[in-house]
Design a protein around this ligand. Structure first.
Ligand code: NAP
Length: 271
């Protein structure tokens, strides 16, 4: 049975560990290094995993180490941890914006390093994670990484590290785009006279239904839209208005801004 250590027991680590335990990982194979007693108590109560303040002890037997601390303290945490990693476990970093080269430099010796970019819906096991590595992983190692992130939703591998910035722009920041759309729909629904609760519930169920339909039908989004847009009908009137206002250009501009910001943030860790 592989042994997995988490360094940092905060929001993202709790989501991943919660998903893992709900999907058949044994809590006994998971150890967490995290400084606060309150975080350790919460993790042991909610997941049954063993937590400790000593990061070196947490990684001592681990085949896989998931780094889940804030980017600004990652260097200090990794440099301190490096002497305890002479058994060369797989290192997975979920930190936004920290390139593989920086992690390798801080680790100081060669071991497999993976960047993972999960998103917030991981909290309800409906996350989407992009993964990247330039290390040669064995089939077992790759499938363990897949299993960890599939425990919190969907996961995929990208072939070049720059594509992690695209993943950030699509799925990392993406939940907020949909929250913004929901907020706009709910506000306008109320302006059209619907009570607040109905405006909220109709918008939410529509988002869920459209998303499930797109996932389960195997039909492309463009084709689905076409199917529900009768000529001269209400949907066509709305879609035409979106297109006249340049909806796709709005997304292009927003998502390229997200990529540019991700690139800028990575530069802080690239020297
Ligand atoms: N939240 C997200 O949606 C999301 C999405 C993608 C990526 N990420 C990445 O996930 C990472 C963690 O983010 P988060 O949202 O989970 O932050 P968080 O809730 O603040 O968790 C960070 C944890 O780090 C722990 N910590 C602080 N110093 C430590 C040390 N020296 N050794 C070990 N642990 C230490 C803290 O422990 P105590 O609680 O014990 O004090 C805290 O629980 C970040 O790098 C972020 O970029 C997060």
């Amino acid at each position: 049975m592989s042994s997995i250590a988490f360094i940092g027991g905060g929001n993202m680590a709790s989501c991943i560990i919660g998903g893992m335990v709900a999907n058949g990982f044994d809590p006994l194979q998971i150890r967490v290094g995290t400084p606060s007693q309150s975080t350790r108590d919460r993790l042991s109560e909610t997941t049954g995993t063993t937590s400790m303040a000593d990061n070196h002890a947490a990684v001592a037997q681990a085949d896989t180490v998931v780094l889940a601390v804030k980017p600004k303290i990652m260097r200090q945490v990794v440099e301190d941890l490096a002497p305890a990693l002479s058994h060369k476990p797989i290192i997975i970093s979920v930190a936004a914006g920290i390139p593989v080269a920086a992690l390798k430099q801080w680790l100081g010796s060669e071991m497999p390093v993976i960047r993972a970019m999960p998103n917030t819906p991981s909290m309800v096991q409906a996350g989407a994670t992009g993964l990247f590595t330039q290390s040669d992983l064995t089939t077992e190692q790759r499938s363990l990484v897949d299993k960890i992130f599939q425990a919190i939703g969907y996961s995929c591998w990208v072939s070049r590290e720059e594509l992690i910035d695209a993943v950030i722009a699509v799925s990392g920041s993406g939940p907020a785009y949909f929250f913004l759309v929901l907020e706009a729909m709910q506000n306008v629904a109320q302006e059209l006279g619907l009570p607040e609760q109905i405006a909220e519930e109709l918008s939410l169920h529509t988002a869920l239904g459209a998303s499930r339909m797109a996932m389960e039908s195997g039909i492309s989004a463009a084709e689905l839209r076409d199917q529900v847009t009768s000529p001269g009908g209400t949907t066509q009137a709305a879609i035409q208005s979106f297109q006249q206002h340049g909806l796709e250009d709005i997304f292009r501009s927003a998502m390229t801004s997200a990529v540019a910001r991700a690139q800028e943030m990575s530069k802080d860790f690239s020297s």
